[in-house]
Unconditional design. Structure first.
Length: 110
């Protein structure tokens, strides 16, 4: 397997994992099921955000993939449509923030 193909595959798998985590968080706070999985999910996303901050708002896999491609496309390093790769942080960051706001509301009201 070519290095870029391996990186894109790994990046896509990790992206799918974080989709499950973020949508579970949204679901759990909407139905008010605040359990250990919510806190684990918040911790995992927080670690992802810290990682992005350390790498100047780039995924380390993107940095790695740049060694194997000079493409300017937003999805050169992941198997996503270009529009989704471009707005990925905005879309999922917004969903995560909404989840956190609902979580805060649930904790303060309960």
């Amino acid at each position: 397997m070519k290095p870029l193909t391996l990186i894109k595959t790994l990046h896509t798998i990790i992206w799918l994992f974080f989709n499950v985590v973020i949508f579970y968080l949204l679901y759990a706070v909407i139905i008010n099921k605040i359990d250990k999985w919510v806190w684990i999910g918040v911790g995992l996303v927080a670690l992802e955000v810290i990682t992005l901050l350390v790498f100047k708002w780039f995924c380390p896999l993107t940095v790695w993939a740049k060694k194997y491609s000079d493409s300017a496309k937003n999805n050169f390093d992941i198997y996503l449509p270009e529009w989704l790769a471009k707005y990925n942080k905005l879309i999922y960051g917004s969903i995560f923030c909404i989840s956190l706001l609902i979580l805060l509301f649930r904790l303060l009201v309960h």
